[in-house]
Design a binder for this molecule. Structure first.
Ligand SMILES: [Zn+2]
Ligand SMILES: [Zn+2]
Ligand SMILES: [Zn+2]
Ligand SMILES: [Zn+2]
Length: 497
């Protein structure tokens, strides 16, 4: 397959990718399999084949050959094991034992070596691919060396692999640190069929520059050796730069910047980061309490210590104070996230939403995060099932979806999975509201048809994006549900003629 991007280089950006031809939204840019895939950093004990959480105590399930964690199902695979195979042979050869842990929910430092080891073993097996795609990757050697993590890695990974694992003559200390750095700076998160998070090294995707408004989307297929398919999210002109994102787009600028600095060692200077209004969304803006209609915004979004000033009056405050306030609100949300899925959870999110209404811009990231949680709850929990929701709550769900879409349309424009998920949530209340108005006699047949067609179009847009996901993942399953609903919806639209 001829690829739709070319790799360029300039002193400021290093290597980056640009469209090799005019791209339409949804066009495939490239496909690739990961160089290696494995447990995330700070992972608790997980099966080394399928990454499900396992009991790491002495009585937990282990690989019968090497004694490292392997779930029962994967243990029964015998010689058809794939991901754990090479390290298993190494552990057996050197009699490297897994030390049982008491707390299977805490991160297990012994597993820190697994993903780097898989990269190193792959380097031996695929030296050409290593040279062409991995050895050139950024790893910020000097910046990492100054961190506490470096020393921990030196002990837990470098010392462990060169000592007990018997790899002293295979891999130098520098090479192992290089691999750890490459993973930290370049790895992407993937999900298994069962939804567990892992990290994988995808060299082509890693060449894409970062932006907090990406124009490339990707889906990873756990059932096809974690193959990644990258697509243009929006139309891109020939020669246009291609951007992926290394951070969570629904965080405010301060949080994105600190995550990028700590994890990836750079300061993002994309248009969104430089703009105090975050491209007109006011995603981090507060309402001024000293005047009407004033918004408090950072005078320099790249500097946490810069003053935040009102757009209408003289009021200003320290950046640290704003940061502190948003941390307090975030902590309150984090606590709610532990609540059981039930009416109380929903009512508490609504309560917090009202509590901060006078302080936050309507599209503030805290409000967006609350909306995200509420969208998931309305229509799904006891007492708030979709068929039982009164019109006023159906309207609430529609409003929540539309407000989240206002933000996503700017930060993850085009054919993004996040938009597709919200579009899916939006279609059902729209249908129920139209049917309810029709049965009350406030909506005529022709208008009902129009409203249902609108809902069908929303559902089609959602299905078209979700269809790119692996059929075994929650999104892939939803794509199939959506396709069946489209057929039913079109039948009922036709019956209105
Ligand atoms: Zn398993
Ligand atoms: Zn094993
Ligand atoms: Zn940015
Ligand atoms: Zn003011």
């Amino acid at each position: 397959m001829s690829e739709a991007f070319k790799i360029l280089e300039n002193p400021e950006l290093g290597r980056y990718a640009a469209a090799d031809r005019k791209l339409k939204a949804g066009d495939i840019l490239f496909e690739e399999t990961p160089f290696a895939i494995g447990p995330k950093l700070d992972s608790p004990p997980v099966c080394l084949e399928c990454y499900c959480p396992v009991d790491g105590s002495a009585s937990g399930q282990k690989c019968t050959k090497c004694g490292w964690p392997l779930c029962e199902e994967c243990g029964a695979k015998g010689n058809s094991i794939i991901y754990h195979r090479k390290e298993c042979a190494l552990f057996v050869k050197n009699a490297v034992k897994f030390q049982s842990v008491d707390d299977s929910t805490a991160s297990c430092a012994q597993l820190d070596c697994i993903t780097p080891l898989r990269v190193l073993l792959e380097k031996e097996d695929q030296p050409e691919r290593w040279n062409a795609e991995i050895s050139t990757m950024e790893y910020h050697h000097e910046a990492r060396k100054a961190t506490a993590v470096w020393n921990a890695d030196h002990h837990n990974v470098v010392g462990y692999l060169r000592g007990p694992c018997g790899l002293k003559n295979h891999f130098s200390e520098d090479l192992i640190q290089q691999v750890i750095g490459i993973l930290q700076v370049n790895a992407f998160e993937a999900r298994t069929c069962n939804g567990y998070a892992v990290r994988g090294l995808y060299p082509k995707l890693a060449i894409m520059a970062h932006s907090c408004v990406p124009n490339v989307v990707h889906s990873i297929h756990p059932s096809k050796d974690y193959k990644l398919v990258a697509r243009a999210a929006i139309d891109v002109a020939e020669g246009g730069m291609l951007f992926t994102t290394y951070t969570y787009t629904l965080n405010g600028t301060a949080m994105r910047q600190s995550a990028l600095k700590a994890g990836k060692y750079f300061t993002c200077r994309c248009a969104r980061c430089l703009d105090p209004t975050e491209l007109g969304t006011h995603f981090s803006s507060l309402k001024c309490q000293k005047c009407d209609n004033g918004l408090i915004e950072s005078s320099n979004p790249l500097d946490d210590n810069a003053d935040w000033k009102c757009t209408h009056c003289e009021f200003k405050t320290r950046g640290a104070a704003v940061l502190k306030a948003s941390q307090v609100m975030q902590t309150e949300l984090d606590e709610l996230a532990y609540m059981e899925y039930g009416p109380e959870r929903l009512e508490n999110f609504e309560r917090v939403y009202k509590k901060y209404k006078s302080v936050l811009h309507p599209l503030h990231f805290i409000n967006t995060s609350i909306r995200d949680s509420l969208i998931e709850l309305y229509g799904r929990i006891q007492g708030y099932e979709m068929q039982d929701l009164p019109d006023i709550l159906l309207e609430r769900k529609v409003e929540l979806c539309q407000d989240v879409l206002k933000v996503l349309n700017v930060f993850e424009p085009g054919k993004s999975r996040a938009r597709a998920m919200v579009l899916y949530e939006l279609h059902a209340p729209l249908i129920l509201l139209a049917q309810s108005a029709f049965s009350r006699g406030t909506l005529e047949g022709a208008s009902l048809k129009e409203k249902l067609t609108e809902a069908a179009d929303i559902l089609k847009e959602s299905a078209e994006i979700l269809e790119w996901e692996d059929a075994s993942t929650p999104e892939g399953i939803l794509a199939n549900v959506a396709k069946q609903s489209i057929v039913q919806l079109e039948q009922s639209i036709q019956s209105l003629d």
